[in-house]
Design a protein. Sequence first.
Length: 196
Amino acid sequence: MPTRKESPARVATRRRIVDAAIKVVGEKGLHEASVRTIAREAGCNEAVIYHHFENKGAMQEEVFAEVALELAESRRLATRGETDTRSFIRIWIEESYRFYDERPNAFAYTLLAFPSIIGTTISAYHANSRLFRDSINRLTPPDGRRLDLSEVTFSAFRASLIGPPRDIHAGVLEGPAIRYVEPVSKIAEGILLPPI
């Protein structure tokens, strides 16, 4: 059965709601992200949100998935064809920080909100980690190094990656995030590529 084509007005309204949800969570935190607050930011009433999304949880999941998959695609394109492990790590971090600098609230929505916007069983929650692991596993570590993707090591890598944007977002560290690519890349290499 063919799906009905959505009108431009409906698409625009949904976009306003998504942008409003990202802005509210990114600027005020998850605790302030009530349907009423998001509707007010989107310039609509709460009923309009429920016309576009089954419930608040469904809205949060769909917005999260949209942003997480957009970030994954930008990282995939940026690292495509890279054969050097160190360069891959640097490009991954650079693309992450470019995304943060261009869309800080979207980055905060997916990577900085606590507790997480969505459950960890949702596929989009793991999209970027899965892409990173799958991509870097195809590469050969530099001479004298090995690739360590154990759970604790990968957790430490993610923490080092998210640290500068988190602190910039909190007003603790001066932006833009892109200026921290080189030092964080060195830290990430030390974590992920220990000596043999």
